[in-house]
Structure formats: structure tokens, C-alpha cells
Design a protein around this ligand. Structure first.
Ligand SMILES: NC(=O)c1ccc[n+]([C@@H]2O[C@H](COP(=O)([O-])OP(=O)(O)OC[C@H]3O[C@@H](n4cnc5c(N)ncnc54)[C@H](O)[C@@H]3O)[C@@H](O)[C@H]2O)c1
Ligand SMILES: [Zn+2]
Ligand SMILES: [Zn+2]
Length: 307
């Protein structure tokens, strides 16, 4: 089969690789029919994720059809159309029992396109198939379902829910790529009063407006913190969601949060960022980090299917 193979920073190739086979009896082999790329793949290609090594097939999101299942797979059958989650879950370890699947200690977590071969391929081996795939909902397109492999659960869990968005809250989303846009869409479920999108690219800011941002700031033009404060009674935001993954944007989020607020970091970082504790200690600010767990995927699938 063909796959996108990582050969070190800046070097990816579409090349011939062996077909995947069942290794453990809880595996499924899925024929990939829809796949996307994540900002994390871009971080891998920058060299920010050194646990990805030469020869790895990239990709951790897919919709496809099950072609084979191991003898231990109970809920997934050959021919089923499934969403392959970016997070694999053993379902048995202490973290999985707390729905913290991203931190799975039983061989799961974020492994696809990271520690094992991923989905940017014609076929993929999906470990723990029963607890790492979801049936594609009736009447929902492959493309819409695919957004729930990583993008939407990440924006919602790691951005909106970790950030504690509440009705009436003021929110900034720094980075209006797919993840930031998903954070904007799912923040609206909780009725914030203000959502400011911050990005360097006007096209992304236009997309953010279409998805529900109430104000936009191009941080390449002028002082972004001043502009965010101007949009939020001069105080800054209750919730600053970082969806880029570079030191400058984390530091920007910490500078624009109001006293008592929260900074929810989503971005994958490859370099240290400066934490200005000398300014933050007195401001009752909470900072969260997180790898997506995908515990919200069933909820998000219901929301998409109900549209
Ligand atoms: N924590 C998790 O579980 C998790 C899961 C998925 C993705 N991520 C991370 O989320 C981040 C966003 O992912 P994505 O797919 O949307 O990425 P993306 O690269 O498509 O989008 C990033 C956006 O940030 C903007 N940007 C870049 N530098 C900026 C700056 N200095 N100031 C303002 N905006 C800037 C870009 O113009 C772009 O619109 C990435 O770091 C990705 O690795 C984390
Ligand atoms: Zn991802
Ligand atoms: Zn586990």
C-alpha cells in the first residue's frame, strides 16, 4: 500500500510500505476512506515531537471501513464504517477507567502516527478497536465525522472545558486553525458573551467570524493584548485558549487573561515558553494543559447527527 512516511524534520514522502497486519487480537485493520492533517503533524515535521522516528507512517485521524478484526474484538465487525479516534484506549487501566484515555498506561493514548504507524495510508492497524473507534452516525458525511477524530474533541475538551467557559464569559482563541475554529464553535454551546479570535492570517480570521467569533484581532498588526482588552471592558478575557503551539502565543494568552481567569493551552510545544510568574502570582490565574482524551466524542457525535 501507499502511505505518508516521516523521514526526519522537513522530510515526508508518499511511498510504498507493507500492508498492516493484525498484531494483537484486539486490533482491527481499517481501509482509510477519509483522512486529514493536524497541526500536530506540522509540529512533527518541524522536529517538535522527537518521539516520532524515521520511517513512521503519519496521521491520527480517519474514517474508513473495517477489513479485518482480531479474535478478541467484540463490538466492531468486518464491513463496519468507523471513525478512528486519535486516541487509542485500552479501556482497562486506571486512566482509562477515569475516561482519561489520552494518558492510557495499557498501550494506548496518542499512539497512531506517533509511536505506531498512522492513518495517512491506504490501511491502518487500529489497536483496541472496541474502545478506539466509533460507528459513523447515520446521515452524517465522512468529512463531518472525521472532524471528530481529534479536532472537535480537542477544541472542546482541552480548550473550552479546561478553560471553564461559562455563560456570559469573555473568551479569546489564539490561533484560528482547525483546532481554534473548533474551540470557537464549541465555546458557543456555553453561550459566552465575547469570543475574540486572534491570528496572523486574515483568511483564518474571516473563517473565525463565519464560525462565530464576535471580534477578530490580527496580532501581526498592532498590540494584540491592547486590542483584546479593548474588546473586553479593558480587563482582558476570562478564558484565553492557546491553539498555536509557539512560545509567543502562550505568553500572549497569559498576558491577555483577566484576574481570576484561565489560560487553556492546547498547542503542542517544542520549545520552552516564559511563564511570567512575577506578574501572574497576584492575579489568581489558572493555567491548564492537556492532551485530548476524547471523552467528549460520543456527545459531539450526537450533536453532529442532530444537525
Ligand atoms: N493538545 C492536544 O491534544 C492537541 C490535539 C490536536 C492539535 N493540537 C495542537 O493544536 C495546535 C493548533 O492545531 P491546528 O491544526 O489548528 O494548527 P494550524 O497550524 O492549522 O493552525 C495554527 C494557526 O495559528 C496561527 N498562528 C501561527 N503563529 C501565530 C502567532 N504567532 N500568533 C497568532 N496566530 C498564529 C496560524 O496562522 C494558524 O491559523 C497545534 O499546536 C497542534 O499541534 C493539540
Ligand atoms: Zn491531532
Ligand atoms: Zn488504558
Amino acid at each position: 500500500m501507499h502511505a505518508v512516511v516521516y523521514h526526519g524534520p522537513g522530510d515526508k514522502r508518499w511511498e510504498e510500505v507493507p500492508d498492516p497486519t493484525i498484531v494483537d487480537d484486539t486490533d482491527a485493520i481499517v481501509r482509510v476512506e477519509a483522512v486529514t492533517i493536524c497541526g500536530t503533524d506540522l509540529h512533527i515535521l518541524k522536529g517538535d515531537v522527537p518521539t516520532v522516528t524515521d520511517g513512521r507512517v503519519l496521521g491520527h485521524e480517519a474514517v474508513g471501513t473495517v477489513e479485518q478484526v482480531g479474535a478478541g474484538v467484540k463490538n466492531v465487525a468486518v464491513g463496519d464504517r468507523v471513525l478512528v479516534s486519535c486516541i487509542s484506549a485500552c479501556g482497562r487501566c486506571d486512566y482509562c477507567r477515569r475516561a482519561s484515555y489520552g494518558q492510557c498506561r495499557g498501550g494506548g493514548g496518542w499512539i497512531l502516527g506517533h509511536r505506531i504507524d498512522g492513518t495517512q495510508a491506504e490501511r491502518v492497524r487500529v489497536p483496541f478497536a472496541d474502545t478506539s473507534t466509533y460507528p459513523v452516525p447515520e446521515g452524517v458525511s465522512d468529512e463531518a465525522t472525521l472532524m471528530l477524530a481529534d479536532i472537535f474533541p480537542t477544541g472542546y475538551e482541552v480548550g473550552v472545558l479546561n478553560g471553564g467557559v461559562t455563560p456570559g464569559a469573555t473568551v479569546a482563541v489564539v490561533g484560528a486553525g482547525p483546532i481554534g475554529l473548533a474551540a470557537i464553535v464549541t465555546a458557543r454551546l456555553l453561550s459566552p458573551s465575547v469570543i475574540v479570535a486572534v491570528d496572523l492570517a486574515d483568511a483564518r480570521l474571516e473563517a473565525a467570524e463565519r464560525f462565530g467569533a464576535t471580534a477578530t484581532v490580527n496580532s501581526g498588526r498592532g498590540d494584540a493584548v491592547e486590542q483584546v482588552r479593548a474588546a473586553t471592558d479593558g480587563l482582558g478575557v476570562d478564558v484565553a485558549i492557546e491553539a498555536v503551539g509557539v512560545p509567543a502565543t502562550f505568553e500572549l494568552c497569559a498576558a491577555m487573561v483577566r484576574p481570576g481567569g484561565r489560560v487553556a493551552n492546547i498547542g503542542v510545544h517544542g520549545e520552552p515558553a516564559t511563564l511570567h510568574l512575577e506578574e501572574l502570582w497576584i492575579r489568581n490565574v489558572t493555567i491548564t494543559t492537556g492532551l485530548v482524551d476524547t471523552y467528549a466524542t460520543p456527545t459531539l457525535l450526537r450533536l453532529v447527527a442532530s444537525q
